[in-house]
Structures are given as structure tokens and as C-alpha cells.
Design a protein around this ligand. Structure first.
Ligand code: KG4
Ligand code: ZN
Length: 347
């Protein structure tokens, strides 16, 4: 059983072939980073045009790399929500055309849920449920409880910026070039993470939601000074040393905001008599070196099995779409040709 997965929700055009034992036979990602760099962010119209140009070459490459012909496929899967509507439409249309012309089942996959599957790919260990799930990406910061792969229940999410968005804005404040997150991660490696005490949001006592806008503003003030007449003394000059210290301090506060909520989620679950066995994680920000280290320590000290994708599967890819689609296919949860591209997040 081989599934071809397509992913076009934002600015990567991706196709992958995954078998029923979660092995990734190919995973091709055509990144558009260079097209958007001069705007320091993704321009939706440019993204959808690039997807339209690249989707078929990327599918051909995924088939060739896996040594698989179209006739060997069992289903076509596509990330159909959430994302930029013009970008999603390209993937959904291509998937429908392939499914219809090959008479194969079509499977619409939620992109955010699929991020949680990335760490299970190429692994023989079946993740143990119930699991706590964390997705931190450019568009999403969400906590889930997963009784199984197909019915994640959202426990909380960001009330303002997504964590990756906060990283990208922090990078802009520190004059770190696009793509901000990975470059800020590199800069932070040379800084002192205790140099500046930046705030860690907790929200209400029981809240499982996240907020990163206060941290972002605190970083802005620490870097550029507090505006207004009654502002304190101006901050030290923003030289390389100070930029690295601010980057490292930002990473410490941002990662702490995550582990505080993971801890709370464990407490809430235990009050309901639920004990998680695994911590499933995914999304672009799980590529962050500081967060990876903190998640490893967190899981080890709480007796949770950590499922953390390799760095190349943290960011958007189609292998996670095809992988989760195998679970849907096994459960008979296929879509039909009325499948819609949906910009908003599901549960
Ligand atoms: O999952 P993803 O590719 O796209 C979305 O679904 O949003 O995540 C992209 C996000 C960007 O905000 C990027 O800056 C961030 O992930 N990111 C990182 C790192 N690598 C990617 N953030 C911090 N540290 C990194 N190493
Ligand atoms: Zn994503």
C-alpha cells in the first residue's frame, strides 16, 4: 500500500510517497524561501503561482525518487486545511485530478494534525496513546490530547502570535535575515541566555493557551529602547554581542512558555484520571535547538516517550500528510471529489 501525499498549504510545494509501514520512500520539498526573502514574509499571490508551476514536477520527482509508477499507488492524500487559500487550492485540485484519473481514493488531511505524525515516520515503534501533542509552527501553536491518530482534541492554542511568527518577528527586531527562525537559532548559540530577563507568559492560572506578543514587545524594548517621554535610560548599543544575548534570552523565555503549559496539561489530565504515555511534537519550531533540548529533558523527567521529528520533517513536508493518510485509509475515512480547500484550522 503506497500513498502519494501532496502539501501546498503555505510556501513549500511538496510531494512524498509513504508505505503502510510508515517508511518514507521519497519526500520532495520545493521551498520558495528565495521568492519571498525580499518581502521578509510569504506573499500569498507569489506562493500560489509558484505552487501551480511546481506541483507536477515535484510529483514526478517524488515518484521517480521512490521508483514508483502511478499504477502502484493505493490512494492520493492532500493537506486541505488550514493554510493560504490560493496555495491550498493548487494541491487540492492536483490531488483531485490524480485521484479521479487513476480511480483512487482521495484523502483530505489536516495539516496541523499531520505535523504530529512526522515523528512517527520511518520508525517501527508505534507511539503509545493516549498522547499529549504539541504543534509549534509559523501559523500554529496548539496543544492536543490524542486518544488515537484520528481524533485529536484541542486543549489550547495561541491567543495572538504563533510561536514561529514570534521567532520571525524577533529575528526582524534583531536584524536577523529571513528565514528568521533558523537564523535566530544560530545567532542564539553564541549568546548568554541569562543576559536579559524576558517575560514568560502564563495567562490565567488554569489556561492551556499561549501568548507571545508580550515577549515580542519586551524584546523590541530591550533591543531598541522604550518609547515615550518617561522612558528609562536607552539600552546598550545593538552590537553583535548584544544581539546574540537577546536572541539566546528570547529562546529561553519562548521555550519556557511551552514547558510551563506542557506541565499544566499533565496536571489537568491527571485530575481527569488520564495519564499520557507519549509526547508527540511537530511543526517548524520543533527544529529549534533550544526547544528540542528542553522537550527532551521535560519528557525524560516525566516518564513520557518523546516523539520528536528529525529536523527535515519538522518543517512543512508531504511525508507527514501521506503518513497520516494511511491511518485514515485503514479507518475507512476517505474523502470524495467535493473535498474543499479550507483556510481555517479545524479542531
Ligand atoms: O511548520 P512550518 O514549516 O510552517 C507552518 O506550518 O507554519 O513552520 C515554519 C516556522 C517559521 O516561522 C520558521 O521561522 C520556524 O518554523 N522555524 C524555526 C526554526 N526552524 C523553522 N523557529 C525557530 N528555530 C528554528 N530552528
Ligand atoms: Zn506546517
Amino acid at each position: 500500500m503506497l500513498i502519494l501525499g501532496l502539501e501546498t498549504s503555505c510556501d513549500e510545494t511538496a510531494a512524498a510517497i509513504v508505505d503502510a509501514r510508515r517508511r518514507v520512500l521519497s519526500s520532495v520539498v520545493a521551498s520558495q524561501t528565495d521568492l519571498h526573502a525580499e518581502y521578509a514574509g510569504v506573499v500569498p499571490e507569489i506562493a500560489s503561482r509558484a505552487h501551480a508551476e511546481r506541483i507536477l514536477p515535484v510529483v514526478r520527482e517524488a515518484l521517480a525518487e521512490a521508483g514508483v509508477g502511478l499504477g502502484m499507488l493505493s490512494a492520493i492524500a492532500v493537506g486541505h486545511r488550514p493554510g493560504l487559500i490560493g496555495s491550498l487550492v493548487v494541491g487540492v485540485s492536483a490531488a483531485k485530478a490524480l485521484a479521479w484519473s487513476l480511480s483512487l481514493p482521495l484523502i483530505g488531511v489536516d495539516h496541523v494534525h499531520a505535523h504530529l505524525y512526522a515523528g512517527a515516520l520511518d520508525s517501527d515503534d508505534a507511539p503509545l496513546f493516549p498522547a499529549l501533542g504539541l504543534v509549534v509552527s509559523g501559523g500554529h501553536t496548539s496543544l492536543y490530547e490524542l486518544p488515537d491518530w484520528l481524533c485529536p482534541r484541542r486543549l489550547g492554542g495561541t491567543i495572538d502570535d504563533a510561536m514561529g511568527e514570534a521567532y520571525d518577528k524577533a529575528a526582524a527586531i534583531l536584524d536577523v535575515p529571513f528565514p528568521g527562525g533558523p537564523n535566530l537559532d544560530r545567532l542564539a548559540a553564541t549568546g548568554n541566555d541569562r543576559a536579559i530577563d524576558l517575560p514568560v507568559s502564563r495567562l490565567g492560572r488554569d489556561s492551556l493557551d499561549f501568548s507571545f506578543s508580550g515577549l515580542k514587545t519586551a524584546l523590541l524594548y530591550a533591543a531598541r529602547g522604550v518609547p515615550g517621554e518617561r522612558a528609562p535610560a536607552p539600552p546598550p548599543p545593538l552590537d553583535d554581542r548584544r544581539r546574540a544575548d537577546l536572541a539566546a534570552s528570547f529562546q529561553r523565555a519562548a521555550s519556557r512558555a511551552i514547558t510551563i503549559k506542557l506541565e499544566r496539561a499533565l496536571e489537568h489530565a491527571s485530575q481527569r484520571g488520564v495519564r499520557y504515555t507519549s509526547l508527540l511534537t511537530g511543526g517548524g519550531v520543533t527544529a529549534n535547538s533550544r526547544l528540542r533540548a528542553e522537550l527532551a529533558t521535560f519528557a525524560a523527567t516525566r516518564g513520557l516517550r518523546l516523539v520528536l521529528p528529525p529536523v527535515h520533517l519538522c518543517v512543512d513536508n508531504a511525508a507527514m500528510i501521506a503518513g497520516l493518510a494511511h491511518e485514515a485509509l485503514r479507518a475507512g475515512a476517505t474523502s470524495d471529489l467535493t473535498l474543499r480547500a479550507v483556510p481555517t484550522a479545524g479542531v
